[in-house]
Design a protein around this ligand. Structure first.
Ligand SMILES: Cc1cc2nc3c(=O)[nH]c(=O)nc-3n(C[C@H](O)[C@H](O)[C@H](O)COP(=O)(O)OP(=O)(O)OC[C@H]3O[C@@H](n4cnc5c(N)ncnc54)[C@H](O)[C@@H]3O)c2cc1C
Length: 467
């Protein structure tokens, strides 16, 4: 059996794998990436982030959602439109992104190897290619970046062609008249908005309340109002007991005692780490009960030469964070005097309609940490750009520490919230205060200007700075 030698072998060519590999190669290490699919990209490119966002954009464009209220335009979308056709743009985006990844790996002289990898031991990776050929790759360090797949709760009939998880929903051939979404986490809320914008009657079930509890309650409330106006029906505190087919009808029996009939069911119950068959026991790597690899703050597993990053280690399960974790893991593995930790300021974006985004602390989190806060708000309907685009739900909310006047958190809801949040993110990173926004001049008309007025709102309570 042939054996190649590398400084680093990365298992998985997704968001984390690509960035970890490039980081090590940038500092002169010899690196191989092993990918089991025929293309790099992982969930970000093929089943998750980009396809779902492309579908969302198609829904917004085709439904005329953004213009509906302004110009009285109402568009009905044909049920026969397949989701695949709706997201044909996804293929162009996918091609662009996989090509960019290949070029990036090539430019860094990273060897991209196609095959299924498993650990033979803590410093050797065994790769089986599609013809059954097996090669061994010895490495000083191994980075596991194998991602995750949708969790399929027991008792749900996934063999029914109308019962889907977040991977198979992208392959449906026509838009359903009605859709029951079981699970109101980020993915459930995003798909609820998208399908509602496409004209599907959407019912969203979430057993835990409040919804998206890790985000600011006021911002989530506005999101819920916007989604309700779009037609999403929320069933909170309720979950499915069974999903069955009766006389050809798909029926969800609920814990409330009610029954709901839907043309399709989408189950979004979280994700499970891709660790099966990886040979983790052979290398001494530990996993938890959802298959997530257990790591320390350096992203090192129980086996000292093996690191793990991205979805395979669990929360927060974002492409943005996965990439950064992998960079840090590699810097730690080789002792580079570079990225030693993932920033504590993790931005979150939820691409619902309206979208929401946050970074830093919510007012509640700040209070829980003993910080006395002052909150400034600027709704988009008081903003010239907001009025032009007709955004009624939009809000920029800033949380300041009363004692230091420093910004401690930013929450946005509304058009382009995921972009807008980074204005505040930069100020937060640079330890800016309420005065930072008061001094800044913003484009007019722009949504970014809401930062200045949210700061003035806070200033009204804070009073002028001393000295
Ligand atoms: C519907 C949906 C929407 C999302 N939206 C967002 C969003 O808006 N923003 C955001 O930041 N994140 C989003 N995410 C999350 C994001 O997709 C993931 O966090 C990200 O893909 C994780 O990257 P990763 O590299 O850890 O794993 P992946 O991208 O899953 O990559 C893992 C790779 O490893 C390969 N692999 C697995 N096992 C083996 C093996 N044994 N041998 C060789 N190769 C192997 C896989 O084929 C895959 O290519 C979304 C996810 C979903 C499902």
């Amino acid at each position: 059996m042939t054996q190649a030698r590398f400084d680093l072998v990365v298992i998985g060519g997704g968001a984390a794998g690509e960035k970890g590999a490039a980081q090590a190669a940038y500092f002169g290490k010899r690196v191989a990436v092993i990918e089991r699919r025929s293309e790099p990209g992982g969930a970000t490119v093929h089943t998750g982030t980009l396809p779902s966002k492309t579908l969302r954009e198609a829904a917004l464009f085709l439904s005329g959602h953004r213009q509906r209220d302004l110009y009285g335009v109402s568009v009905e979308i044909s049920r026969d439109l397949s989701v695949a056709r709706l997201i044909h743009r996804k293929d162009a985006v996918r091609r662009l992104e996989t090509e960019r990844m290949r070029v990036n790996l090539d430019r860094h002289h990273v060897e991209l190897v196609y095959g299924v990898a498993r650990l033979a031991d803590a410093t050797t990776v065994e790769v089986t290619d599609s013809d059954g050929g097996v090669r061994l790759f010895a490495a000083d360090a191994i980075l596991i970046a194998t991602g995750s797949h949708p969790f399929r709760p027991p008792g749900i009939p996934f063999d029914d062609p109308d019962v889907h998880d977040s991977d198979s929903i992208l392959e449906i051939d026509r838009l359903p008249a009605s859709l029951a979404i079981l699970g109101g986490g980020v993915i459930g809320c995003e798909y609820a908005s998208t399908f509602a914008a496409l004209g599907t009657e959407v019912h969203l079930f979430e057993r835990r309340t409040p919804l998206l509890s890790f985000l600011d309650a006021e911002i989530v409330e506005r999101m819920v109002e916007g989604m309700t106006a779009l037609g999403v029906r929320f069933h909170l505190g309720v979950r499915e007991e069974t999903v069955t087919r009766h006389d050809g009808r798909l029926v969800c029996a609920l814990t409330s005692g009610d029954e709901l009939e839907a043309e399709k069911v989408l189950v979004t119950s979280g994700r499970v780490g891709n660790t099966e068959g990886l040979g983790l026991e052979a290398a001494g790597v530990q996993v938890d009960d959802r298959g997530r690899i257990v790591v320390d703050e350096e992203f090192r597993t129980a086996a000292p030469s093996v690191y793990a990053a991205g979805d395979v280690i669990g929360s927060p399960g974002l492409a943005s964070t996965s990439m950064e974790q992998a960079r840090v893991a590699v810097c730690r593995a080789f002792g580079f005097a570079y990225k030693q930790a993932v920033s504590e300021l993790l931005p979150f974006a939820v691409y619902t309609i309206p979208e929401i985004s946050s970074v830093g602390l919510s007012a509640q989190e700040a209070t829980d940490r003993g910080i006395e806060t002052v909150v400034g708000r600027a709704p988009f309907d008081d903003n010239a750009r907001g009025a032009i685009i007709g955004d009624r739900e939009g809000l920029t909310k800033l949380v300041f520490d009363r004692a230091t006047r420093r910004l401690v958190g930013v929450q946005c809801v509304g058009e382009r919230a995921s972009e807008l949040v980074h204005v505040g993110h930069a100020v937060l990173t640079l330890s800016g205060t309420v005065e930072t926004f008061i001094e800044m001049i913003f484009n007019y008309p722009s949504l970014a200007e809401t930062y200045k007025y949210a700061a003035y709102d806070a200033l009204a309570e804070l009073g002028p700075a001393e000295g």
